[in-house]
Design a protein around this ligand. Structure first.
Ligand code: 13P
Length: 240
């Protein structure tokens, strides 16, 4: 595989301060030295700085769950890429389906956020995915066509695409490995060989090994299982 695997724990709106500190301390201590990939956690915005301080000097990176595309101005309640970068954050999840579902984000917003990240050399982890009733092929093509217009050829290695089928998020569904493999083949064909591709949606220690075998999957974006210290470490171990 050309890319090192990357495992991101998306903590969503979970873990209060002490809980988040306990989890990150466990991850720092228990990540196996034999794992040669990258690891990141995405805590709530207000904990970014303290989590970044806790992982300082370790191999764990910190990601934001969202950012606003403007750098500053009259945008009450928002945080820009520059703000999070100053805290030691190196990545930002962009366009998660929960942002689209609950906060009205559109592909247009997603593109603005990607551009804002690239300007500050913060890596955008761009989420794509289809609803249960939709055709994955049609929706993913459409989403990528739109997104890719904002990215120059030279920037493809600076972004990460996370395929998260919406019907698999937070549902603990059984993942069809051969179907997933097919979709990643299509994604790889479309996006080329310079961009890391992650899978997200119902990743558990149980299915991580099979998913890690899929050639075009370069790691995971993990939700609920990333809140369990032992499960998150087990998922990392799928790449040993
Ligand atoms: P689950 O792992 O809980 O299905 O969530 C996936 C996700 O949304 C990660 O961003």
């Amino acid at each position: 595989m050309k890319f090192k695997p990357l495992i991101i724990g998306n903590w969503k709106l979970n873990l209060f301060r002490e809980e988040a500190f306990n989890l990150i301390e466990f991850i720092v201590k228990n990540t196996p030295a034999s794992f040669k990939g990258d690891i990141a956690v995405a805590p709530v915005m207000v904990l970014l700085q303290s989590i970044a301080e806790k992982v300082h000097g370790s191999r764990i990176q910190v990601s934001a769950q969202n950012i606003f595309h403007m750098q500053n101005g009259a945008y009450t309640g928002e945080s820009s890429v520059r703000h999070i970068k100053e805290l030691g954050v190196s990545m930002a999840i962009v366009g998660h389906s929960e942002r689209k579902q609950y906060f009205g984000e559109t592909l247009k917003h997603v593109c603005l956020k990607i551009k804002a990240c690239l300007l500050e050399q913060v890596v955008p982890v761009v989420c794509i995915g289809e609803k249960k009733i939709e055709s994955a092929e049609i929706v993913l093509n459409k989403q990528l066509d739109y997104i890719l217009t904002t990215i120059s050829d030279a920037q493809f290695h600076n972004i990460i695409i996370a395929y998260e089928p919406i019907w698999a998020i937070g549902k603990k569904v059984k993942i069809d490995i051969s179907r997933t493999e097919k979709i990643f083949k299509l994604l790889r064909k479309k996006i080329g060989n310079n961009t890391r591709l992650l899978y997200g949606g119902s990743v558990t220690p149980k299915n991580a090994k099979d998913l890690a075998q899929i050639l075009n999957i370069n790691g995971f974006l993990v939700g609920s299982a990333s809140l369990s210290p032992s499960m998150f470490i087990e998922i990392i171990k799928a790449y040993l």
